[in-house]
Design a binder for this molecule. Structure first.
Ligand code: ADP
Length: 613
């Protein structure tokens, strides 16, 4: 019979599998058992929603058998099976996941999502098998078909025989080769240990060589008592079910009784999935009703700001026949969601308290989501989330919460101070930071583009104002000093008027006592800060905003005298100097200079003149 070719992606994947790191080889069994369990889930679910189908849960099982002489390991299930087309589509191409198809087919019936595992799945069997034969009979059909392949060069499909609905997978186990040992896959005790290690939580019995007893406990992990579960069990379960390759940062396993009873097993991942910050990412938890999967990603169970959480919720109080839309409005679900949110929040706070370096790692990956949660929906959730923020502090460049900042504020300190910039190092040398350091006031360094929006949404932490030190209004002067300064500004107001003529995009020019050693700084007045201007103008839209900028000049710096002198003697030179100072202030703030040629020429003139002096 003519061989059919695999699709290109499948070939690539298969190649990867066949030549994959040998130490991974045992995961193939978990993958095949998982598929078998899914196939049974599908049939069971169908029977629950269609009265014409009568199947009994107790009849479902997954059988393994070993034929040592012929080196064949067989995995059989009595699940939903596959038609000829399905065999071809599901096993002939990898890009089109059968699970995904099941989902869309049923979406219009407002039914369920079933596990759309993304991963290598079935093909992993090529790591250990030189030939794979899949015989399958779809539920409701009396014809069986055989799909067979020895790897890259293609597969065949022909008619076959199978007594009942379901799927039988026969693997011809590879011969041992130097360091690569395959023989152990033909030993009962080894297979038994693999099932216990990777598939213990599968809810259908897994039996070996016709034995009456099942190898697995069948109680799903989330329904088992916590003290019977090892950390490794949780980690394996998580990685297998949610396709992650790193252990989770935290596991939250709870069972609740009361108004609504439910078990939940939640995971806070260590790393963000590759699509986490794209619109393709779907949040949600797997929802079970008494061990039966009713929805793969129930988004109502998680608020957006905790969308990174993975896990399983199982409640006997949910009806199986409930439609997707009704489920979304279900009160029970609302109660569970609330409970879960509290648990996650507590866990994150505990991590901050007791496992700071892990939290910092977590925050690097998911902090943006929490920040987004703060300013999204006009800040409605800000109070819930404010204690989850961490920022780098001028104190020691380590990260702290707002609570920690507040607790060690100086007695005379009136506000929580922050400043935005590109990197901590760049912020640390900003002229405006100096006076805060002098007073031993801590400043939080905000390097994420969202930070400015987060801080202006928060406005306060408890009763303490949160202030951007980049704002012209943020000032540490005493009343007296302020009065003194106002006087000086008043005296020089005509000079400032001339200076402003040279820099028309600046709204105010004035003296300041914010600066110690530096000559100038740029701040903003009004709602829009310089950082917001940078962020919004960097977006690929036509929206363009300008902060109302204030050029502040250090009254105690010798440049102040120079300017006053020029005002008396040479107004044109005053304008040139102003332009240079303004360009300097923009550079320090990380803003572009629109007229670099003019500025560099001006600087050159000044330098040349000095030489002549
Ligand atoms: P995944 O399970 O991630 O979708 P696989 O490559 O493991 O990917 O399987 C591809 C598809 O083949 C499955 O989605 C399923 O539709 C089908 N399939 C695999 N094994 C079985 C089985 N034992 N019974 C029925 N269908 C199966």
């Amino acid at each position: 019979m003519a061989k059919k070719q695999f699709k290109t992606e499948s070939k690539k994947l298969m190649d990867l599998m066949i030549n994959s790191i040998y130490t991974n080889k045992e995961i193939f069994l978990r993958e095949l058992i998982s598929n078998a369990s899914d196939a049974i889930d599908k049939l069971y679910y169908k029977s629950l929603t269609d009265d014409s189908i009568s199947v009994k849960k107790k009849d479902f099982e997954i059988n393994l058998s070993i034929d040592k002489d012929n080196r064949i390991l067989t995995i059989t299930d009595n699940g939903i099976g596959m038609t000829k087309d399905e065999l071809e589509n599901n096993l002939g191409t990898i890009a089109k996941s059968g699970s995904l198809e099941f989902k869309t087919e049923n979406e219009h019936k407002k039914n369920i999502d079933i596990i759309g595992q993304f991963g290598v799945g079935f093909y992993s069997a090529f790591m250990v098998a030189s030939n794979i034969k899949v015989t399958s009979r779809a539920f409701g059909s009396d014809e069986a078909y055989v799909w067979e392949s020895s790897g890259i060069d293609g597969y065949t499909i022909e008619k076959g025989e199978l007594d009942t609905n379901g799927t039988k997978i026969e693997l011809t186990i590879k011969e041992d080769k130097e360091e690569e040992i395959y023989d152990e896959l033909l030993h009962d005790h080894f297979i038994e240990s693999l099932v216990k290690k990777y598939s213990n939580y599968i809810t259908y019995p897994i039996k070996l060589n016709g034995s009456k007893d099942s190898l697995n406990d069948m109680v799903p992990l989330w329904k088992r008592s916590k003290n019977s579960i090892k950390e490794e069990d949780y980690n394996t379960f998580y990685k297998d079910k949610f396709n992650d390759y790193t252990d989770p940062a935290r596991v939250i396993h709870t069972s609740a009784e009361g108004l609504v009873s439910f078990n939940s097993l939640l995971f806070i991942p260590t790393n963000a999935p590759f699509d986490f910050y794209t619109k393709n990412y779907e949040k949600g938890l797997q929802l079970y009703s008494n061990g039966v999967l009713i929805m793969d990603k129930c988004d109502k169970l998680l608020p957006d700001y905790y969308s990174f959480v993975k896990g399983v919720v199982d409640s006997p109080d949910l009806s199986l026949n409930i439609s997707r839309e009704m489920l979304q409005q279900d009160k029970t679900l609302g109660i569970i969601a609330k409970n879960i949110e509290t648990k996650i929040h507590k866990e994150l706070l505990d991590m901050i308290e007791n496992d700071r370096s892990k939290y910092e790692e977590f925050f690097k990956n998911f902090g943006m989501q929490i920040k987004f949660g703060i300013y999204n929906e006009f800040g409605i959730n800000k109070d819930k989330l404010k204690d989850l923020l961490i920022f780098t502090s001028s104190k020691d460049m380590k990260q702290y919460t707002l609570k920690e900042y507040k607790e060690r504020m100086k007695e005379d300190q009136k506000a929580i101070y922050y400043v935005c910039g590109e990197t901590n190092e760049k912020i640390d040398v900003l002229p405006i930071v100096e006076q805060f350091k002098d007073k031993d006031y801590e400043v939080l360094y905000c390097t994420n583009y969202m930070d400015e929006f987060v801080m202006s949404t928060l406005q306060k932490y408890d009763d303490v104002d949160i202030k951007n030190i980049d704002k012209a209004s943020t000032d540490l002067s005493t009343e007296e000093e302020t009065k003194e300064l106002e006087k000086k500004n008043e005296e020089s107001k005509d000079m400032f008027k001339v200076m402003k003529e040279a820099i028309s995009d600046v709204s105010t020019v004035r003296f300041t006592n914010k600066l110690k050693n530096h000559p100038v700084c740029l701040s903003s007045e009004g709602e829009i800060t310089i950082e917001m201007e940078k962020v919004i103008n960097a977006m690929p839209t036509d929206n363009h905003i300008d902060a109302a900028k204030v050029l502040e000049i250090n009254e105690n710096h010798k440049i102040a005298d120079k300017l006053k002198h020029l005002y008396e003697t040479d107004k044109e030179a005053l304008k040139d100097y102003t332009k240079i100072l303004y360009a300097q202030a923009r550079l320090i703030e990380g803003l572009p200079i629109d007229n670099p040629t003019e500025i560099t020429n001006l600087i050159c003139n000044v330098i040349s003149d000095e030489k002549e002096d």
